[in-house]
Design a protein around this ligand. Structure first.
Ligand SMILES: Cc1cc2nc3c(=O)[nH]c(=O)nc-3n(C[C@H](O)[C@H](O)[C@H](O)COP(=O)(O)OP(=O)(O)OC[C@H]3O[C@@H](n4cnc5c(N)ncnc54)[C@H](O)[C@@H]3O)c2cc1C
Length: 426
């Protein structure tokens, strides 16, 4: 239901030339760029207040962009070359310039390489986008839930949840994924895309904390420690470094979130994760270090480098008495400890699911749309942008970058086609 009756198409237009379905990150960017061409644009958003996901992002600070990018920062079932082509349509420095100069949001790069608003307020990003949508002349209807999108002979008919309809020449689907459903993402866009003839690759929670049922890790809950993770299936399929956080339910922290798609994806079953603990930067040769001999207890030696709770936990996992001196440490005990220090198996049983996932893996294959317009190759006149596409970025502003770049690309292309066609005026 919409708060107000939906506006009819502007005079001289039997249908809205461009309708954007979903005004999140990608949808707002689509609406801004489509409307700036002068073509009438209607954006339909189910939430009363658009931008809920932007609001909660980056811990309320919104990691709006990364400071460097290449296609290797993204995962897709399709071609990474196609991802590169899309990313090149709006180079990172131009996107950064758009936020700083056009939207008026001063940005800062943090040591991690992540880019945030100087104000550290995600609300500023939402407000600036909404102002830009308005300035561009797009019409944004909030509390306007779309129930269906159907292709007819003369364009599209969009059925609203309250039974009303909106006719459109072109539709841009920016309904997002399934992650954090309380922000308005229920996967409706996937259903329409499939009904319209698209493939929808299996979806899965990504950038998501992992679960364990191995109770012994619970004692470490709250511990954050630098680690290098390796995913094997059975060969090495992924490696990454960063902070690992032990939770009451399993494992989280940046490096775990980045690794999560490797175990959460349907093709990830059987993938194992191991951790090398790296508070020392990964420089210690543990085998040599533990062979020094002498009177110091093993646990004390481990604690020189590792947090106390982790050192004790690893002794427990290795079945080594922590008070054993290095001099008395048996070879097989040392070997077990070294394995746990350099390739400790993380007993992962699943993920926390969409409730806490930052993004959705899988979705509509990029190969089913043009990389220069994001227009569907299956349904002429339909464009797609944002998380609904089978491309997910790693942690660090990459998913917003994908939303901004694809939103702009789809918006400009949808509108320019209408300009070229002189629109479907009367
Ligand atoms: C907790 C959290 C933190 C995150 N932090 C970051 C971060 O700091 N940096 C980063 O790069 N990424 C981050 N992300 C990921 C980022 O938010 C998403 O990648 C991005 O929002 C995707 O943009 P989108 O426009 O495709 O989808 P969304 O932003 O989800 O927008 C989809 C919109 O469509 C609307 N909609 C859905 N169905 C309908 C319908 N039937 N009718 C009308 N409207 C509909 C929804 O209400 C929503 O407004 C985070 C995600 C989460 C969950």
């Amino acid at each position: 239901m919409s708060d107000r009756p939906l506006p009819p198409p502007p005079d001289g237009h039997p249908r809205w030339p461009v309708v954007v379905v979903g005004a999140g990150a990608a949808g707002m960017m689509t609406a801004i760029h489509a409307a700036r061409t002068g073509v009438p644009v209607l954006a339909l958003e189910s939430a009363r207040k658009p931008g809920a996901k932007i609001k909660v992002s980056g811990g309320g600070r919104c990691n709006v962009l990364p400071s460097a990018v290449d296609e290797g920062d993204f995962h897709t079932e399709g071609s990474t070359k196609a991802v590169r082509k899309v990313l090149r349509s709006w180079p990172l420095e131009d996107v950064t310039g758009f936020f700083a100069d056009d939207l008026g949001i001063p940005l800062k790069v943090e040591d991690t390489g992540k880019v945030f608003p100087v104000s550290d307020r995600s609300g500023d990003v939402v407000s600036a986008l909404l102002r830009a949508v308005d300035r561009a002349g797009a019409t944004l209807a909030t509390a306007a839930t779309v129930a269906d999108v159907v292709r007819g002979v003369d364009g599209f008919t969009i059925t609203m949840a309250d039974g009303g309809t909106v006719d459109a020449d072109r539709v841009v689907l920016t309904t997002g994924g399934l992650s954090l459903p309380k922000t308005g993402s229920d996967g409706a866009g996937y259903r329409w895309a499939r009904a319209l003839g698209h493939t929808v690759l299996p979806r899965y929670p990504a950038l998501v904390p992992l679960l364990t049922d191995a109770g012994s890790w619970d004692r470490l809950a709250g511990l954050a420690v630098p680690a290098r993770l390796t995913a094997r299936a059975p060969k090495v399929v992924w490696e990454g470094e960063g902070d690992l956080l032990v939770t009451h339910r399993g494992f989280s922290g940046p490096v775990v979130l980045d690794a999560s798609h490797r175990v959460a994806a349907p093709w990830g079953s059987g993938t194992t994760l191991t951790a090398a603990w790296t508070p020392d930067g990964g420089t210690t040769d543990w085998d040599a270090h533990l062979q020094q001999g002498g009177p110091r207890p093993v646990a004390a030696v481990l604690r020189d480098t590792l947090p106390r709770r982790l050192a004790d936990h690893l002794c427990g996992l290795a079945d080594v008495d922590p008070s054993t001196t290095l001099g008395a440490l048996r070879r097989e005990d040392r070997k077990r400890l070294v394995t746990l220090l350099e390739a400790c198996p993380l007993p992962v049983t699943g993920t926390e699911g969409y409730r806490t996932a930052e993004v959705t893996g899988g979705g509509v294959p990029l190969a089913e749309m043009s990389t220069t317009t994001l227009e569907s190759r299956v349904v002429p006149g339909l464009h797609l942008a944002g998380e609904i596409i089978d491309v997910t970025g790693r942690l660090g502003g990459y998913n917003f970058l994908w939303a901004w770049v694809t939103g702009r690309l789809a918006g400009v292309a949808a509108a320019e086609t209408m300009t070229d066609a002189g629109s479907a005026t009367g």
